[in-house]
Design a binder for this molecule. Sequence first.
Ligand SMILES: [Zn+2]
Length: 303
Amino acid sequence: MDEPAPPRYSLRGPLALSRTGIDRAGHLRSAEDWLESAWKDPRSRAFVVADGAVAVLDEALLLGAPGDLPEGERFFLGLDDDGTAFFAVHVAGSHPDARAVGLRQAALRLGDRDVGLMVHAVALANWHENHRHCSRCGEPTTVALAGHVRRCRADGSEHFPRTDPAVIVLVSDGDDRCLLGRQARWPAGWYSTLAGFVEPGESPEQAVAREVAEETGVAVVSCAYAGSQPWPFPSSLMLGYYAIGDGVEPRPDGAEISEARWYSRAELLDAVGAGEVLLPPAISISRRLIEGWYGAELHSRPR
Ligand SMILES: [Zn+2]
């Protein structure tokens, strides 16, 4: 039997949070003498990250010399093309600067280099905040490798930042309609593509088929990878897929998904125009999957 044809859609342009302009230079994380001199070099650039926020001035990160920043956990983030070193300082509590904005607000204002720096720093900071103790023995851990490891003082074990893979999928049917759903806990009008975490021992493609079946009863007959972006809220990596499903009437699971339905392009355009469907935010891969299927940007009321 022939394999079912894979979906033919693609994302339009780069994903907001997958941009970067920095060489992470991981080999320098253990070069302690080099790190110390880079920290003291007034040409190096650094910024504060606290509670998922950074200070933004106009369309750029507010950067300063490392020595001018408050005390905190130091993260070495890498080098730019000129060899300038970039650091973040993670401080507890709310951000000390009134110009602080979170990643969701900053992502579309910042250029490639600054988005890459911010996503890296926020993802690290989220992990450090939630992994202060050793998972083996429960003793406190300390920062090592310029922010990219925590080490246990009692047993010497090393703990690496974790990233949780999740799949997010736009399912279309034989009539080229797309399947959108809404979670019961979302405000009225919010719709999105289907998503869920990859379980242990599972491939992303298996997770796509399982999540779609669990949430809507639709069977996936083929799927194709579309693209990915980090989603550090607090630690996900979103793996985007286009899938083709059988066109059965969706049966929402009632637990995670309270409503699900197929939309033709005309139906979706009408529903968005009438404000009945509020699309996911522009920085999300979900929005980009929908627009890739639709074939153009869609303009939705903000949600
Ligand atoms: Zn330990």
